[in-house]
Design a protein around this ligand. Structure first.
Ligand code: HEM
Ligand code: HEM
Length: 203
């Protein structure tokens, strides 16, 4: 049996769990306030949308602090084993992949969804210039019409991409074979590795 893969411990420390669920909730509220009015549900969606956008931006800054001061980027960096995990078939790669906290698909998801969320946050923050808030009055003149066009198209495409990515992510998180990692995002304890060298040999 695979002792490495079954080895459990603290997979996600509590500040990282608080970050994940704060970020997840803000992304879900952002999607709901953006798309429910388009589906015909009428309500004053703009304040709820930008306030959760600010929560998301603050969560991302917190995540960067944690990565910079506590984690480092090592566990999330793609390497040659990740390329082989995606490109080789199961038989060819069995037993040859090094153990890893996150597998190739999780790393791919992290960097893709991270990029899309950053595009959403950056364009969304720019779009704040178009509304009155308690701190400033609207001033669309900071960009030309053509530049605003680019900002809106980027925000719109990225919002469609994040819906797709989140549905995919939640679908995989809820599969029975992933319940142990799902629990680890709630309670902290879970498998230390999702890709283990000896685990691959068993297939
Ligand atoms: C360029 C910016 C980013 C860097 C450098 C970065 C880096 C990392 C690293 C290194 C980890 C693994 C921590 C570990 O377990 O050792 C991680 C985890 C994670 N990242 Fe990011 N990340 C970035 C942007 C984002 C964004 C924008 C999001 C939001 C969608 C995000 C969401 C997450 C989540 C939910 C985790 C798992 C929580 C945990 O650490 O246990 N990341 N990130
Ligand atoms: C109800 C919704 C969600 C559930 C059930 C969920 C579940 C999980 C779980 C269980 C993990 C840990 C995986 C592991 O330990 O290996 C995780 C990680 C992560 N989550 Fe979520 N999540 C949700 C929403 C979101 C949202 C909205 C985003 C951002 C758009 C997000 C981004 C991430 C990222 C980047 C990671 C780290 C990479 C990975 O492990 O795949 N999650 N999520």
């Amino acid at each position: 049996m695979d002792s490495q893969l079954r080895e459990t411990g603290t997979r996600h420390q509590w500040p990282d769990r608080v970050f994940h669920w704060t970020m997840a909730l803000s992304v879900i509220v952002l999607c709901a306030t953006a798309f429910l009015p388009i589906l015909g549900l009428r309500f004053d969606w703009v304040p709820a949308h930008w306030i959760s956008g600010f929560v998301l931006a603050a969560a991302i800054l917190f995540h960067w602090l944690r990565v910079g001061l506590v984690h480092g980027v090592g566990e999330m960096m793609p390497g040659s084993d990740d390329l082989r995990e995606v490109l080789l078939d199961l038989r060819a790669r069995s037993g040859t992949l090094g153990p890893a906290k996150y597998d190739a698909y999780q790393k791919g998801y992290h960097w893709l969804s991270g990029l899309v969320v950053l595009v959403l946050a950056a364009t969304g923050l720019l779009m704040m210039a178009k509304i009155d808030t308690p701190w400033w009055r609207r001033d669309p003149s900071i960009l030309s019409d053509a530049q605003w066009g680019i900002v809106y198209v980027a925000h719109g495409f990225a919002s469609l991409a994040i819906i797709f990515l989140v549905i995919l992510h939640v679908y995989f998180a809820l599969l029975p074979e992933h319940w142990a990692t799902l629990k680890s995002m709630v309670r902290g304890r879970g498998p230390l590795l999702t890709r283990g060298a000896r685990h691959e040999q068993e297939h």
